[in-house]
Every structure is written in C-alpha cells, then in structure tokens.
Design a protein around this ligand. Sequence first.
Ligand SMILES: [Cu+2]
Length: 83
Amino acid sequence: MFKAALLATFIAVTALLPAYAGAADLCNDAHMKQMDGMIAKMTDAAKKKEATTALDMSKAAMKKGDTAGCMKHMDEAHKAMGL
Ligand SMILES: [Cu+2]
C-alpha cells in the first residue's frame, strides 16, 4: 500500500517536471522488467554480463532517486545490448 502511494506520488511529481520526464520514462519498474526480459534473451555471454552489471547499477541509482545516475547506467546497459 505504502509502495503504491509512493509510486503514485512519484508519477504525479514527474508529470509536473517536464524537464525530467524524458529521463524518468526509462527509470521505472516497468522498464526495468522489460530490460530484464531483453537481457535474459541475450546470447553473447560477455555482453550479457556487461548489460546485467550496468542494469544493476541503474536499478540501485533508481532506488536512491538518482535519475541522472540511473539513466547513465541504463545507457551503458543499452549499449551492451546493442541498442
Ligand atoms: Cu533500458
């Protein structure tokens, strides 16, 4: 319940901050789940490890509310995935 309220607040706040809306688009649980699924399907073991490490750091930054850090590591994960 508390988590849902927190998420609702987060969505409301990000909606009021258009400057951060672009970055916040990818720093959310839904996208992290999507990334997990995409990484799970990767066949290159070295790149997969690289993407997993970057995504873990991205998730850690997201938990701290560090959107800039989240996006930085997300970008690294995307690159490792060939995106
Ligand atoms: Cu991503």
